[in-house]
Design a protein around this ligand. Structure first.
Ligand code: ADP
Length: 212
């Protein structure tokens, strides 16, 4: 069933049913201060479109189907917490060689670096590691903290941020990934990772939702 835009009264009816399941048409009309006949077409539409289930002599139930949103609303509603991936974290002392192994083993493009108390201290990208390996260094001896981008120059986000905010930061700073963090007085704890791949997945989900 395709999504349709509901009008204000239909949205109100949905909210009333959600909060008072089951509820009769008569009771809904009383709550709205309208005649039963006035809301009859709305109830028919909501039932036919699958938002409400009507059971004879019992009343209306909410089916769980979410009302359609505009693309704008859907985009604003896309939050980091719904699209983030697991972070891949290494400690500052590991070697550049081991960091490269992590990139392959964990199949990620960016590693986050933490200190011994698990607070964020740095970021390592593919090119950071590639550049170092071209430099004729002993990769087994060189710790990653020498080459990483470090705090306070790290761009991060929080679970409740919108994906639009994150995408803007990625483009502005020309980076591929951001750590998702929880802030503490002592520093930042890494709880997730958001990459251009996550943004692409979100872009696709928008297409599904709106049947593009
Ligand atoms: P690559 O270097 O592989 O193209 P990026 O574009 O993500 O990958 O990284 C570019 C530079 O920005 C690198 O030096 C990297 O350390 C740094 N960087 C990557 N992510 C961040 C971030 N979230 N905050 C600050 N700097 C970052």
């Amino acid at each position: 069933m395709t999504h349709m835009e509901l009008n204000k009264r239909q949205m109100e009816i949905l909210e009333i049913v959600k909060a008072n399941v089951p509820i009769t048409g008569e009771q809904i009309s009383e709550r709205l201060g309208l005649a039963r006949a006035t809301i009859r077409p709305d109830l028919a539409i909501l039932t036919m479109a699958g938002y409400l289930d009507a059971r004879p002599r019992v009343g209306y139930f909410y089916s769980g189907k979410k009302p359609a949103q505009s693309i704008e609303e859907s985009m604003i509603g896309m939050k980091v917490r719904d699209f983030q991936s697991m972070p891949v974290v290494v400690t500052e002392q590991i070697s550049v060689y081991d960091a490269i192994c992590h990139i392959f083993l964990e199949d990620v493009g960016t590693l986050f670096v933490v200190d011994n108390d698990s607070f964020l201290t740095g970021v390592l990208s593919r090119k950071d590691l590639l550049r170092t390996s071209l430099g004729g260094n002993d990769l087994n001896k060189m710790p990653v903290h020498v080459i990483m981008t470090r705090m306070p120059n790290i761009t991060y986000c929080k679970k409740q941020d919108t994906l639009i905010d994150v995408a803007k930061k990625m483009i502005d700073k020309q980076i591929d990934a951001l750590p998702v963090i929880d802030k503490y007085a002592e520093g930042l704890k890494v709880v997730g990772r958001i990459t251009k791949t996550n943004i692409t997945a979100a872009f696709l989900s928008l297409g599904d939702e709106h049947e593009l």
